[in-house]
Design a protein around this ligand. Structure first.
Ligand SMILES: [Cu+2]
Length: 211
């Protein structure tokens, strides 16, 4: 007696012998298990995609907030020393100017002190106009001696060279004063100047050396 085992092809109706029936059953179980696994993989892919989208959204939002915070920090006025500043917020407080430069006096036609040397720093300086005329105070950062600075036909030093004028402010009427933060954090020579027409040539300048 010879026995041949027919391997059933998928899709064919199941043969009825015991061995063949078991094989078909096994194939069905395998098929179902593969189907489940594939569905599970699809669900996983969709979920990971969702997580990635949410993460991307939060990243973009975080970058936006960061950029806005930087912009706000830039726009915030400096030099606002406040006793009530909240703890942990580093306030940009310029150091008090060295005694020699606490105040600068403008008069007709002088800037006082006429020559002073101070350590590098950002200083709050009070400017007083003790003269009978209106004056201003500009600060030039330059190695050129006052006598060598060219004066234009308008009677003024050309202020527009890049990096030349480092501080400017409103004109001061006689008797007026103003406080201003002057950034002398770069070592070098600075000229404190009144640049209203003719005033520089008449001697309204002083030299501040920063070390
Ligand atoms: Cu002047």
């Amino acid at each position: 007696m010879t026995t041949t085992l027919d391997v059933p092809k998928i899709g064919e109706s199941a043969p009825t012998t015991d061995i063949e029936g078991t094989q078909t059953e096994e194939l069905r179980v395998l098929e179902r298990s593969l189907e489940h696994r594939s569905i599970r993989r699809d669900n996983w892919t969709v979920m990971m995609f969702g997580v990635a989208i949410v993460a991307l959204f939060f990243s973009i939002a975080a970058i936006g907030f960061g950029v806005r915070a930087i912009d706000e920090a830039k726009g915030r006025p400096q030099a606002v020393p406040s006793a009530g500043a909240p703890a942990g917020v580093p306030a940009v407080v310029p150091a008090p100017a060295p005694a020699a430069l606490t105040s600068v006096t403008l008069s007709d036609m002088k800037v006082t002190p006429s020559s002073v040397s101070v350590p590098a720093g950002k200083y709050t300086v009070t400017i007083n106009n003790a003269g009978m005329m209106t004056h201003e105070l500009l600060v030039f950062h330059t190695d050129i001696a006052p006598a060598d600075l060219p004066i234009g036909p308008d009677g003024k030093v050309n202020e527009d060279a890049p990096g030349f004028k480092i501080s400017d402010g409103d004109d001061l009427d006689p008797g007026a004063s103003q406080s201003r933060v002057i950034d002398l954090s770069q070592p070098g020579t600075y000229l404190f100047v009144c640049n209203l027409p003719g005033h520089f040539a008449a001697g309204m300048h002083s030299t501040v050396t920063v070390k």
